[in-house]
Write a protein that binds this ligand. Structure first.
Ligand code: S3P
Length: 452
């Protein structure tokens, strides 16, 4: 199990931020590019791959399962895949570090194939629920050879000779569960069906199609979808251009909103409707965000966003929006602290099982920084007063990159500096975060951790 020495960091009130930046490649699409590259026969080319720790763990996983994975230059990668039927049994434990998405999607790959593999990760990953992935995989014929208590990693899965196609309704709105079942379904004869009551990010469906699989999607109920995958396709390699990650762009965007006088342009941000709940919410709060140059990149709609600081008001965020902005609640809570009035974020139960219990971590951090906030059931309520005191003890980040970045952004606009106990995990999703933010004028001091 890899570990990185903690590196405390601190952000202080900054002068107006300005500039044009591009957030790194989308994490969800980056993981899927490598995994589908492994499952296609031949050469997949990827441009704009996120080279964060999480995705690098998936690259190592794809290699361990038989692909040839090469880095050609910055963000430019080549994967020589072996096909759904050609996977190699890995000799060593697959260490996914902090990466929930990489590990869970790869469990789907292994759980549908006649190989055995052991999965492990860091303390955060070891605390996250995996039963939600193992349950459908067992229905498809996989065996969980061993697992830590509650079906957590470290765990070993053996897939069947041929997976059993199933009809599966996901018990939680989770693209990871949906994707694991679809990836296992690639090795099943016949049709694998996933039903979701609330639509979640659809990158797996879109990308499976781009790699030549037959996938159909139809509406299901008021907010849901029904997805059908025809099993045993011959996946063909693809050329993928990874768009900028809206979940990462959210941090410079938030900083531009809360640091007085700022104007920042974010280039090429993916605006897939299943990922743009934060944008919708910020516009409701009165944020000055203009979309321009809308176009398609790598099969996804993208736009340049011009973001200007200004007064914001509290809003009520409905629970059905949660799947479209699930990773953005920590940073929304920070923005809400700078707004005037109450922001109520409803239906956040899934936040409890992310890289940390994000509901608890955000709440505790807000209180430590002098912001009025409370948890009511699954809702987080933040009372903004237009200004944030900051200046408390270092915020505990619990090995969670998004908690770390969120509170650093808070420090840029708060009256007093905001410190965090550890910035090391930021490298899992946004390795150049500090550099990019400093380029806009952000004052962030950081101690770089050493690899243990
Ligand atoms: C992801 C799905 C979401 C999200 C994660 C990425 C994906 O997780 O939080 O960061 O790429 O499928 P859940 O499926 O657990 O909601």
């Amino acid at each position: 199990m890899s570990s990185v020495a903690p590196s405390p960091a601190r952000a202080r009130k900054s002068r107006a931020l300005s500039g044009t930046v591009r957030a790194p490649g989308d994490k969800s699409i980056s993981h899927r590019s490598l995994i589908l590259g492994l499952l296609a026969v031949g050469e997949t080319r990827i441009e704009g791959l996120l080279e964060g720790e999480d995705v690098l763990a998936t690259a190592r996983g794809a290699k361990a399962l038989g692909a040839r994975v090469e880095r050609l230059g910055e963000g430019s990668w080549r994967v020589h895949g072996v096909g759904v039927g050609g996977l190699r049994e890995p000799l060593e434990t697959l260490d996914f570090g902090n990466a929930g998405t990489g590990s869970r999607l790869m469990m789907g790959v292994v759980g549908g194939s006649p190989i055995e593999a052991t999965f492990d990760g860091d303390a955060s990953l070891r605390s996250r629920p995996m039963r939600r992935i193992l349950d459908p995989l067992e229905k498809m014929g996989a065996t969980v050879v061993s697992a830590a208590e509650g079906g957590r990693v470290p765990l070993t899965i053996r897939g069947p000779e041929r997976a059993i196609p199933i009809v599966y309704e996901t018990p939680a709105p989770s693209a990871q569960i949906k994707s694991a079942v679809l990836l296992a379904g690639l090795n099943a004869p016949g049709e694998t069906v996933v039903i979701e009551r609330e639509a979640t990010r659809d990158h797996t469906e879109r990308m499976l199609r781009a790699f030549g699989a037959e996938v159909s999607v139809e509406p299901h109920g008021p907010h849901g979808r029904l997805i059908r995958l025809k099993g045993e396709p011959e996946l063909k390699p693809a050329a993928i251009a990874v768009p900028a990650d809206p979940s990462s762009a959210a941090f410079p965007m938030a900083a531009a909103l809360v640091v007085e006088g700022s104007e920042v342009t974010l280039e090429g941000v993916m605006i897939n409707p299943l990922r743009s709940g934060l944008l919708t919410t910020l516009l409701e709060m009165g944020a000055d965000i203009r979309l321009s140059n809308q176009r398609e990149e790598g099969g996804e709609e993208v736009a340049d966003l011009v973001v200007r600081a200004g007064a914001l008001r509290g809003v009520d965020v409905p629970p059905e929006r949660a799947p479209t902005m699930i990773d953005e609640y920590p940073i929304l809570a920070i923005i809400a602290a700078f707004a005037e009035g109450e922001t109520r974020m409803r239906g956040l139960h899934e936040l409890r099982v992310k890289e940390s219990d994000r509901l608890a971590a955000v709440h505790a951090g807000l209180l430590a920084c002098g912001v009025e906030a409370r948890i009511e059931g699954d809702d987080l309520v933040v009372t903004g007063e237009g200004r944030v005191p900051g200046g408390g003890p270092a915020v505990a980040t619990h090995l969670d990159h998004r908690i770390a970045m969120s509170f650093l952004v808070m420090g840029l606009g708060a009256q007093n500096p905001v410190g965090i106990d550890d910035a090391a995990m930021i490298a899992t999703s946004f390795p150049d975060f500090v550099e990019l933010m400093r380029g806009l004028g952000a004052e962030i001091e950081i101690e770089i951790g050493e690899r243990a």
